[in-house]
Design a binder for this molecule. Structure first.
Ligand SMILES: [Zn+2]
Length: 372
């Protein structure tokens, strides 16, 4: 990844804007040295130590003011990718649950509201991988969609439920841009977006690769999902940052090269959100009751099970997942599992029987929302 500067890329922003942004977005330096080790075993242990130190430091600092995760939609996902190399049940799909995370943090520029993973489910359905599955049903595809991808809520519905207005949203971010269409939120250059004040926080590597996809990536990105999104609404990050008090974005390449994780300091410890793994089970496979995971982990010594549909960087993904679970620490109730709040999480579904999570924490809610 790019390490020439820790400052966000703000070439498209005015100097006043840059100053404003740099007082809210602060670089984190904990991982910079460890990432430079080229030998993977050395990098793994250096990153693990850096993650422990980062965890201690973050726990000694203020918490977010508000944190809420809300169900959006369940979608089918190939088992062979979800539990890379270890599935044994002949059930080709699992169900993963996509959530929206609404977070408010104090910053030196006042309270800021951030949406993590605001998925536009209808637009995302254009992603080639999903489209191929639903198109197979021909005229029955709307029925099939309802069966395989039941929607619990929309982003707009969640905001209404919370009493938030579109103009209240200051930042949006995704752990990576697979399946995402940002035009409804940020505009496409012709039509304004729904969130007039929101900026996208994204790793530079993710933004640039999503705008010039290679053939192995195309299946998982929404065609034109970024087309026309004004560059001044995009903050390209070079590395790890804090967003005000209690929310960190940590570069965790692997699932995609520009993948990042959200770390939120809550009353229940550090909640880590990512799609490198599809739920807490994948971060403690030796304790999992999901068929195949424990056996595979014990046979191989794997500390984590990769979500391997694209494997843009397999070894990096392994190291990133170890970092994620080290930062998260142990869940306060499910003591065998780390405190992960994955953005695409394995969930039980009668339509795809056979796989259910050993640990699932449900929708989370901490603190009181402040309305502007
Ligand atoms: Zn993905």
């Amino acid at each position: 990844m790019t390490t020439d500067t820790l400052e966000p890329t703000t070439a498209h922003h005015s100097s006043m804007d840059k100053e404003w942004l740099s007082s809210i977005i602060q670089p984190i330096e904990h991982f910079e040295e460890a990432r430079r080790y080229r030998a993977t075993h050395t990098r793994l242990e250096a990153m693990r130590l850096a993650a422990e130190k980062f965890r201690t430091d973050m726990l000694n600092k203020p918490q977010v003011k508000f944190y809420r995760s809300m169900e959006l939609i369940r979608v089918p996902y190939p088992t062979k990718y979800a539990f890379l190399n270890c599935n044994i049940i002949p059930m080709p799909f699992i169900h993963i649950l996509n959530r929206l995370f609404v977070v408010q943090v104090d910053t030196s520029e006042g309270l800021k509201t951030i949406l993590l993973s605001p998925s536009d489910a209808e637009a995302n359905a254009e992603t080639p991988y999903f489209k191929r599955i639903t198109n197979k049903a021909g005229p029955a595809k709307d029925l099939l969609k309802k069966f395989i991808a039941p929607q619990s809520n929309t982003v707009n519905g969640c905001l209404e439920q919370l009493g938030l207005l579109p103009e209240d949203i200051d930042f949006i971010s995704y752990d990576h841009l697979h399946t995402q269409d940002l035009r409804q939120w940020l505009g496409d250059g012709n039509k304004p977006g729904l969130f007039p004040n929101a900026r996208l926080l994204v790793m530079k590597d993710e933004w640039q690769s999503a705008k010039a996809l290679l053939p192995p990536q195309i299946d998982w990105y929404c065609p034109n999902g970024l087309a026309g999104v004004p560059e001044e609404k995009v903050i390209q990050l070079d590395s790890d940052v804090m967003i005000g008090d209690g929310l960190a974005l940590i570069s965790t390449p692997g699932h995609t090269a520009g993948n990042h994780s959200f770390v939120a300091h809550t009353p229940e410890g550090l909640k880590v959100t990512s799609e490198n793994g599809v739920g807490p089970d994948c971060y403690a496979p030796e304790k999992s009751r999901i068929p195949g995971l424990k056996k595979y982990a014990l046979q191989t010594g794997m500390e984590v099970i990769l979500n391997g549909n694209t494997l843009e960087g397999g070894m990096d993904q392994y190291i990133s997942m170890v970092v994620e679970k080290t930062i998260a620490g142990t869940h306060p109730v499910y003591r065998d599992f780390p405190n992960m709040a994955n953005s695409s999480e394995l969930t039980s579904y009668w339509g795809f029987p056979g796989y259910k999570p050993t640990a699932a924490y449900g929708d989370l809610h901490f603190g009181a929302l402040t309305k502007k």
